[in-house]
Design a protein around this ligand. Structure first.
Ligand SMILES: [Zn+2]
Length: 269
């Protein structure tokens, strides 16, 4: 399709992490609808993302680690790689025929902060160097990856942008939620750091008026990024809204603290 040009892997990574916006998102979505090859590539990207998410502790990135990591990427990146270190603008570029998936592309996307996955970067580097991500994955992980991909691609998924009403640096959150399966991906950015005895907690507000459902406790990294991927949720509960509150560090079963983000879905049913 498109005269042999395809979506570069890094943009697929951003798409898989729901970090594309506006025209970029529209362009990638349209291409994916018509290009089986890129859909396959997206599947591989989602699989690697999931492997990262499952294999790396979700901890704040140490001070300076991100820059250190980015420097190392620039030093290590191969000339024929399609990875770019600043994935700001979407681009359709010719992809080398059936290259092995480039973990650096994912790592770069993760580290840039557009993604918001909070990882121990140094640990990740070692894992990438050992190419452990290229090892054969268990069936369980593949099933999980497929579910992540299905959620991202599902036309009936509810999608919401969560925003604060009044602050200088505006925290935002993006939620993708497939009510039928109780599957959710959330990414927050510009979140203020919290004292050690506090944490953010994500909530699904059911459309049927029942009590808010806890959907994950998280803390942002130094850059204010955070994510919640596939928290355990009951299936079959459409959301009226999503919210993030500040709770005690171990989380609450009901929202007790102040709400910092909230938003209603704009699509899906
Ligand atoms: Zn394509």
């Amino acid at each position: 399709m498109n005269g042999g040009t395809h979506i570069v892997q890094e943009d697929l990574a951003l798409y898989a992490m729901a970090s594309l916006r506006g025209e970029d998102l529209t362009a990638v979505s349209a291409h994916l609808q018509s290009c089986a090859e890129c859909r396959e590539e997206l599947k591989a990207v989602a699989s690697d993302l999931t492997a990262l998410g499952m294999s790396v502790d979700q901890q704040p990135v140490p001070e300076g680690a991100r820059q250190h990591f980015m420097d190392s990427i620039r030093a290590d990146v191969r000339p024929d790689s399609t990875a770019r270190t600043v994935p700001a603008i979407i681009s359709f570029a010719k992809r080398p025929a059936k290259t092995a998936w480039v973990p650096w592309a994912i790592a770069a996307a993760l580290a840039v902060g557009a993604a918001g996955l909070s990882v121990k970067v140094n640990t990740l580097r070692e894992q990438l160097r050992e190419q452990s991500l290229l090892a054969v994955r268990s069936t369980e992980e593949n099933v999980h990856s497929q579910r992540v991909l299905n959620l991202l691609m599902a036309p009936s998924a509810q999608r919401a942008t969560l925003t604060a009403t009044k602050t200088a640096v505006v925290p935002t959150g993006h939620a993708i939620y497939l009510a039928d399966r109780g599957e959710l991906i959330f990414q927050g950015s510009n979140l203020k750091s919290l004292p050690a005895d506090k944490a953010y907690e994500l909530w699904v507000i059911p459309a049927n008026g029942s009590a808010p459902i806890p959907a994950g406790v998280f803390r942002p990294d130094k850059g204010g990024d955070a994510s919640v991927v596939m928290p355990p949720l009951p299936p079959g509960i459409p959301a009226k809204a999503f919210a993030v509150t500040i709770e005690r560090a171990e989380g609450s079963s009901m929202p007790m603290g102040p709400a910092v983000l909230s938003g209603a879905p704009t699509s899906g049913e």
